[in-house]
Design a protein around this ligand. Structure first.
Ligand SMILES: Cc1cc2nc3c(=O)[nH]c(=O)nc-3n(C[C@H](O)[C@H](O)[C@H](O)COP(=O)(O)OP(=O)(O)OC[C@H]3O[C@@H](n4cnc5c(N)ncnc54)[C@H](O)[C@@H]3O)c2cc1C
Length: 311
């Protein structure tokens, strides 16, 4: 069908949009069913068939594509590696894929330790090119071999586990890091009707039994919202703490020998706030779902707790 109605509610002349993109944009303009199907999913469980796909040859061409889409009031959706877990890269929009051509390291200033990159460059590739200069880009999500700098900025992607590990080392916390993660609530789908059991079944493959086996005096740490939620809901009898909460315990004096997490008070949301919390939670899942997959750690009991530095 040549005319479709999209998010704005106004009719969109898809054929005219495609023709205008072909006329003005230096790049691949792909509105065929195969391309739209290929770009209908990302790392999440969501599927939305895009209006079309543009693979620009240059960053300027991408800007032109945005201008053309704006003229047609067509939604646009930039895409990097598509490793998002919350459906960020699946929508009825014109998808602009930066990874095929717009992946250059434009300039590098070794004195100031800064560089300019095109958005489609993959993190590992950037770091491979920085390595001869003794430099690397710090944030390193688990998807470092596929994620792009543009997507990292879009998601505010952060470190995998290295920073936490270093912080705990400096704080004197001995931690056993599990090599299993939870399901990350699989981009929030664990909260949906009919998916909760599956979400918990995935947790039962590693995380939940490990938490149940944890000594009563040891802390359970999970920086990711998803793992914390699963541990709360997975009949472990334990409440997992964020690393920041664990560090705060070190400031607050002696801890209970049994389930030391009881010493951490969390504010109870009012009914009105609880509504806001739900919305905030949905946003948090975008990053935290991924975090959940790697951030579960077990504190090593009394010694770990005793040696957390006091301010
Ligand atoms: C197994 C697994 C583990 C993960 N581990 C982590 C982790 O450790 N830490 C973490 O933070 N995340 C993690 N993630 C989530 C995700 O991989 C990261 O957020 C990743 O950095 C996203 O990069 P990407 O190139 O795939 O972005 P995409 O998924 O392609 O895009 C992400 C967002 O950025 C936008 N975007 C992309 N390019 C541009 C651009 N040029 N201009 C404007 N907006 C743009 C997109 O529209 C989208 O909203 C994980 C995901 C998986 C599947």
């Amino acid at each position: 069908m040549a005319t479709e109605t999209h998010g704005s509610g106004s009719a969109l002349d898809v054929r005219a949009l495609e023709a205008a993109l072909r006329d003005h944009v230096a790049g691949e303009v792909r509105f065929d069913a195969g391309s739209r199907g290929a770009y209908s999913t990302d790392g999440s469980n969501y599927r939305q068939v895009p209006i079309g796909v543009v693979v620009p040859y240059t960053v300027d061409a991408a800007a032109t594509a945005v201008e053309v889409c704006a003229r047609f009031r067509a939604p646009v959706l930039p895409r990097g590696g598509g490793t998002s877990l919350g459906g960020q890269c699946a929508n009825t929009a014109v998808v602009i894929d930066f990874t095929k051509y717009c992946h250059g390291l434009v300039s590098l200033d070794t004195e100031r330790r800064t560089c300019v990159v095109e958005p489609g460059i993959v993190l590992d590739e950037l770091n491979r090119r920085l390595a001869p200069h003794g430099l690397r880009f710090g944030p390193k999500p688990s998807t470092h071999s596929h994620c792009s700098l543009g997507g990292m900025v879009g998601n505010n992607s952060f470190l995998a586990y290295d920073a936490d590990r270093e912080l705990m080392r400096r704080a004197g916390i001995e931690a056993e890091v599990l090599d299993a993660g939870c399901c990350g609530l699989a981009g929030n789908f664990g909260f949906e009707r009919g998916h909760h059991e599956l979400s918990l079944a995935i947790g039962e493959q590693g995380v939940l039994p490990a938490v149940r086996d944890t000594a009563p005096g040891a802390l359970v740490l999970a920086d990711g919202f998803s793992c914390r939620t699963q541990i709360d809901q997975g009949r472990t009898g334990r409440r997992a703490l964020h690393l920041a909460e664990a560090l705060s315990l070190g400031l607050d004096g002696p801890l209970p020998a049994d389930r030391p997490e009881k010493a951490v008070a969390r504010p109870v949301a009012s009914r009105r706030d609880a509504g806001l919390l739900t919305a905030g939670t949905a946003a948090a899942v975008l990053g935290a779902a991924a975090a959940g997959a790697y951030a579960l750690a077990r504190g090593a009991g009394r010694r770990a707790r005793g040696t957390v530095r006091r301010a």
